[in-house]
Design a protein around this ligand. Structure first.
Ligand code: ADP
Ligand code: MG
Length: 442
């Protein structure tokens, strides 16, 4: 492929440039995960090729082979390191398991569908994986439940490991961190704790919001963070909300989370949901021709807020079709997924519009008034209750709730929620209102 591509390139660029960069022989070192590693003479050539000819080369390869390879120009040094790393790590049972073993190997970039809702996060994650420690440190990914945060985070780990098998990648949830710290305290053994969390190249820490209220652990995490950060080790953090909205986490930590880049993941649109299902079907070795588009559309329309649920529904349908030995049809989907639909419908009853409607009815304020800018006391109050309930019942992010409340700023929403939360402590009328409304809404 390579030689053909170069032949073709020859007629596409000037003779002079061709002689300069392509007259020396170049060998393909390996092809792995859609990446073609091509050995070049030296760093200078690598730099120039990357800068000026990468796109052309990729195009030519695509033309001659019909395949989209990602081309990496590498030098002999890379090859040496790679082989050494391979020799060292493949048979080396001494490397602690957690440096590689706790990544889900199916969570890769290949298997992640990028759409409008997550493209920025995807692109930044990919950049971070290509150049850990250099692009965005820390990388902070946030978004709602089941939208792919863990997948994307682990894709970074898997990618780096692929590039360099001897990398020490540690993936852990913040709960695991809390637990490990507790044990270290109980056993008074901080050596192995530090060894585990600091002697690494990349730290992937999932669902940081659970560090809330754990002050001692936060201090320890602060120290871990600093040490890794100062030695230029990549840190990736996920959370259900922006760093500035984290509650009961010390400011010196949250402000550090803002040092790098924050990227959010939103709910995917219908087309993306369909693409995600197609990817999963390919992963299950199911031929797309067997799976009518209308069935995909049907499922996508029913499960629209959480990719994990969507995936669960798809798996259920596959299982159902297999044991019944039947085709994938809408009828079958209806039958197989009936109770999942019901659960989903129940959940979607508590969408923000419904909440506003019910709160309005309760306080005798119109929906239009709640959504308006009016500041009359009873209106503002009902509005804040509705914000609070939306946060409680849907778990949406503050910016997202802001959008639903005629584009209010997320700080306004936060303020409203906090006010109601505070008042709830000793206002029995409000307590009753909230519990009545929750009753109605569920
Ligand atoms: P989160 O950590 O945000 O709660 P996960 O990363 O656990 O969500 O994702 C839930 C499931 O949905 C996983 O199986 C993941 O592979 C899948 N998923 C989410 N987003 C995507 C996507 N864009 N493309 C492919 N799979 C996705
Ligand atoms: Mg997760």
């Amino acid at each position: 492929i390579w030689d053909d591509a170069i032949d073709r390139l020859k007629s596409n660029i000037s003779q002079q440039s061709f002689d300069m960069f392509f007259s020396t022989p170049k060998k393909v070192y390996k092809i792995k995960n859609n990446k073609m590693y091509v050995i070049v003479q030296n760093n200078h050539e690598q730099f120039m090729l990357d800068k000026f000819y990468l796109k052309e080369v990729v195009e030519m390869i695509a033309e001659v082979s019909g395949l989209n390879y990602d081309v990496k120009f590498i030098t002999a040094d890379y090859v040496k390191n790679d082989q050494q790393a391979f020799d060292l790590t493949k048979p080396d049972p001494n490397l602690p398991k957690y440096y590689r073993g706790n990544l889900n190997t199916t969570y890769t970039f290949d298997r992640f569908v990028a759409g409008k809702s997550n493209r920025l996060a995807y692109m930044i994650a990919l950049q971070v994986a290509e150049r850990p420690g250099e692009v965005a440190n820390p990388l902070y990914i946030f978004g709602g439940v089941g939208l792919g945060k863990t997948h994307l985070m682990q894709a970074i780990g898997n990618f780096i490991l692929d590039d360099n098998p001897s990398s020490r990648i540690l993936y852990c949830t913040s709960e695991k961190f809390i637990d490990d710290y507790r044990h270290a305290t109980l056993d008074n053994n901080f050596e192995s704790f530090k060894e585990k969390y600091r002697n690494i190249d990349v730290l992937l820490i999932d669902d940081i919001q659970f560090l809330s209220k754990k002050e001692q652990t936060q201090t320890e995490f602060f120290n871990t963070f600093n040490e890794l950060y100062n030695s230029n080790k990549q840190i990736v953090i996920t959370s259900d909300r922006p760093a500035s909205d984290l509650k009961d986490i010390m400011d010196r930590l949250t402000s550090r989370f803002e040092w790098g880049l924050q990227a959010d993941i939103q709910i995917p649109d219908t087309q993306t949901r369909i693409e995600i299902m197609k990817k999963k079907l390919a992963g299950e070795n199911i031929n797309l021709e067997e799976f009518p588009e209308e069935v995909l559309e049907f499922i996508a329309s029913k499960f629209n807020s959480n990719v994990r649920t969507l995936e669960g529904a798809l798996k259920r349908l596959i299982f159902y079709a297999t044991i019944n030995n039947s085709d994938f049809t809408i009828e079958l989907a209806n039958e197989a997924l009936r109770d999942l639909f019901r659960a989903e419908q129940k959940k979607s009853k508590v969408d923000v519009n419904n909440i506003i409607k019910e709160v309005g009815a309760y306080y005798d304020v119109s929906v239009a008034d709640i959504l308006s800018k009016k500041r009359k006391k009873n209106i503002a109050y009902a509005r804040q209750v509705a914000m609070f309930l939306t946060r409680e019942l849907t778990g949406s992010s503050f910016p997202k709730i802001g959008e639903a409340f005629s584009g209010r700023d997320h700080t306004t929403i936060m303020h409203g929620c906090e006010k109601i939360e505070k008042e709830l402590k000793d206002n029995t009328d409000l307590k009753k209102a909230i519990s009545d409304l929750k009753q109605t809404l569920s």
